[in-house]
Design a protein around this ligand. Structure first.
Ligand SMILES: Cc1cc2nc3c(=O)[nH]c(=O)nc-3n(C[C@H](O)[C@H](O)[C@H](O)COP(=O)(O)OP(=O)(O)OC[C@H]3O[C@@H](n4cnc5c(N)ncnc54)[C@H](O)[C@@H]3O)c2cc1C
Length: 471
């Protein structure tokens, strides 16, 4: 029985062979039960060999500056994953600590016939997997279930810009933008070799989520983002709501920060609670056979963001190991930013000033507050916000540091390849072209308050943010 996982999605990370023993899926970036090719592939291997299937997730006590806001969103999602898996006869184990040690330890006990991981281009995840692969006698596979077209297949090098990437990905989309089969009830139960509960556990299927949260070494000052209900079911509901009510006017409304025109799905996509392929598939079929010009334009605009821009970000982080530093900027941008490094700045703000939204610019302050209080900033404002950080700090390096710090501390979708590439776009011209030279920015594209005023009603945006703060 095969779920038909395309072999181009799968890469073998070590020399081990698939042998008798349970198959373990090490869930990391793709925290969902449905529409998950890595989990489907793990089940496919397990069923072929008549073996049990278990899922592990290793919770690190601190992760790239994530706060209570992001950890709670994730833990609530994982509790749902565990429950849903159990209904399908699949055990879930939450490990805590250093993933290299803990996953290796789990595998020493479980003696898996194969380990399957999901794909992430971020250095930290790549490093964990390399280290586990070295120690593991069993076969270790990685399945890319975050990209519709597998990242390695879409391109074998860092793409210069969307226009170089688009034709490559568009050629493969008809093959990969398909429906996704359902995970089956797993007929072979997993029995853990130690057979007994760990100290403090009622049984080895029990996870005390509250106790787990208390062990985290994180900033607890950033509260949950009340407007985003975590989990796979909530992600699916948000997708359905978007397609039914907002997609038809997405093209018209998405770039107007005073309207609620974006999908607001990035938190679910970031944590893998929603499958990008499921979302793209559902959007591509919206409206059925009827061809409404407005809807078709919206579908095209949305798929450009979700498929081309999002997957270009994975391409950037995968092929450029310096994705979060100025070394990742194209040469023309590095050189012209360097030429203008000592240009006088009208305003210079410290990180605490930025964080507390204490700049002279009401528009910038509103965007910062929107992010701090809601867990997400409007996409158009994100560009303006990052470019102004460049304008009001001493150097591009400092601007990058502040932008990553603030974005990753407050945004639910932070520390994502999309964030790394879009901040590098805003501050360092990545995936962009050279523009007319000007102070501080050099040839990097500039954005102004005046330009924003001509694009949308700033007063309405300020009022919208104020209303959000008062709810
Ligand atoms: C300075 C800056 C920082 C950003 N930081 C992040 C971040 O931390 N995490 C993050 O996911 N996105 C980030 N983005 C990209 C983009 O702004 C967000 O993906 C988008 O605002 C998310 O909201 P949405 O899901 O409602 O977007 P929609 O407009 O509904 O788009 C749907 C999806 O398309 C993808 N997408 C949209 N715009 C982009 C883009 N420019 N680049 C890559 N993918 C895109 C996202 O997956 C998004 O969820 C950043 C952009 C800028 C300019």
């Amino acid at each position: 029985m095969s779920n038909g996982t395309d072999q181009n999605r799968v890469k073998k990370l070590n020399q081990g062979e698939v042998s008798a023993g349970p198959v373990i899926y090490w869930m990391s970036r793709d925290q969902r039960v449905r529409d998950n090719w890595a989990l489907l592939y793990a089940q496919e291997l397990a069923l072929e060999k008549g073996q049990p299937l278990a899922v592990i997730f290793c919770l690190v006590p601190e992760f790239l500056g994530a706060t209570l806001r992001q950890y709670r969103f994730m833990l609530k999602g994982l509790a749902e994953v565990k429950k849903d898996l159990r209904e399908l006869g699949i055990s879930f184990f939450l490990l805590t600590g250093d993933p290299v040690q803990e996953v290796s330890r789990f595998c020493r006990e479980a003696r898996p016939g194969a380990l399957v991981g999901d794909f992430s281009p971020l250095r930290i995840n790549v490093g964990w997997k390399e280290a586990v692969a070295e120690k593991l006698p069993a076969a270790f596979f990685e399945a890319d279930t975050h990209n519709i077209v597998p990242c390695r297949l879409a391109s074998n090098k860092q793409e210069y810009a969307a226009y170089t990437f688009r034709p490559k990905i568009n050629k493969l989309i008809p093959i990969y933008l398909t429906d996704i089969p359902a995970l089956q009830y797993h007929p072979h139960p997993y029995l853990r070799p130690d057979k007994g509960p760990q100290p403090g556990q009622k049984d080895y299927h029990f996870t005390d989520w509250q106790a787990v949260e208390e062990t985290l070494n994180i900033d607890r000052s950033v509260p949950e983002a009340a407007g985003f209900k975590p989990g796979e079911a909530a992600g699916r509901a948000a997708m359905e709501h978007f397609i039914a009510f907002k997609l038809p006017v997405y093209d018209r409304d998405r770039n107007d920060p005073s309207r609620d025109g974006q999908s607001n799905l990035s938190p679910y996509l970031h944590f893998g609670q929603l499958s990008p392929q499921r979302l793209a598939y559902a959007v591509s079929r919206a409206g059925g056979e009827e061809k409404d010009a407005g809807l078709e334009a919206s579908k095209e605009a949305f798929l450009e963001e979700l498929v081309v821009r999002r997957e270009l970000s994975d391409n950037f982080c995968f092929y450029n190991r310096d994705y979060d530093s100025t070394a990742a900027f194209p040469r023309w941008a590095r050189e012209s930013l360097e030429t203008h490094r000592n240009d006088p700045r009208e305003y210079i703000y410290s990180l605490p000033d930025f964080e507390a939204a204490r700049t002279h610019d009401q528009l910038w302050n509103a965007a910062q507050k929107e992010m701090v209080f809601t867990g997400k900033m409007h996409g158009y404002m994100r560009m303006y916000w990052a470019k102004k950080i460049l304008e009001w700090t001493r150097s591009p390096g400092q601007a990058l540091e502040y932008a990553f710090y603030l974005n990753d501390k407050y945004s639910l979708d932070g520390r994502d390849p999309n964030g790394y590439s879009a901040i590098a776009w805003s501050i360092g011209g990545v995936h962009d072209r050279a523009w007319k030279e000007r102070p501080i920015f050099g040839k990097v594209r500039y954005m102004s308050y005046k330009g924003s005023k001509s694009k949308f009603n700033i007063e309405n945006y300020l009022a919208k943010v104020q209303a959000l703060l008062e709810t």
